[in-house]
Design a protein. Structure first.
Length: 196
């Protein structure tokens, strides 16, 4: 079994503007840097092997967490294609019918030139499977993105991304999932990171 702890990167300017970032490489803003500086990893999280998405906002987050982290392409954010850089309000106003049709696809929503949450989950699952060597139990950490975490959560809970999920994820916390025999399950959600 592979035990995977996901932490989302800190805030960027596009996050504050509610823009879909996807693979656009936007760095942390000052608020994001301050957010991460308030996190304190437990000793068991400090000691595991860490990976981060190749985007600068996750690398900066890993640096601020003072963890030795390795870039992993499979952890890159969902590709939002033609939607990158736009807000949901802009997309709804631009083409309300098409946007509503895409939203109704849930886990299979796929903007033009982009990828779906299902494809994101399959990409991360394939990577996790490649780490499963002879069934040796491993604990790893991933500094990643909201889209990655939500996609793994969807697989772990059989959520089709239509309607609200059964759990509210706090993206200022760590999310712990288990991967075994090609399947994800929840270990523990919303593990506190911020100092009291």
């Amino acid at each position: 079994m592979i035990h995977v702890y996901f932490i989302r990167h800190g805030q960027t300017q596009w996050n504050s503007e509610k823009r879909l970032q996807g693979r656009t490489d936007i760095p942390l803003n000052e608020v994001g840097k301050h957010q991460i500086s308030t996190y304190q990893l437990s000793s068991n999280l400090q000691s595991i092997k860490w990976f981060h998405s190749p985007l600068s906002r996750t690398r900066q987050t890993a640096d601020l967490l003072d963890i030795d982290s390795h870039a992993e392409d499979s952890l890159i954010e969902m590709n939002w294609g033609a939607w990158e850089g736009k807000t949901l309000e802009e997309l709804r106003n631009q083409d309300p019918l098409d946007f509503a049709k895409q939203e109704a696809r849930g886990l299979d929503l796929q903007p033009q030139g982009g990828e779906s949450p299902r494809l994101v989950a399959e990409r991360v699952s394939a990577w996790a499977q490649s780490l499963d060597i002879n069934g040796v139990e491993q604990h790893i950490g991933c500094v990643s993105h909201k889209g990655i975490i939500r996609a793994i959560y969807a697989l772990a809970t059989n959520w089709n991304m239509l309607g609200k999920p059964r759990d509210k994820l706090d993206f200022h916390c760590a999310q712990y999932f288990c991967f075994e025999d090609g399947r994800w399950s929840i270990g523990e959600l919303n593990i506190r990171l911020q100092n009291p």
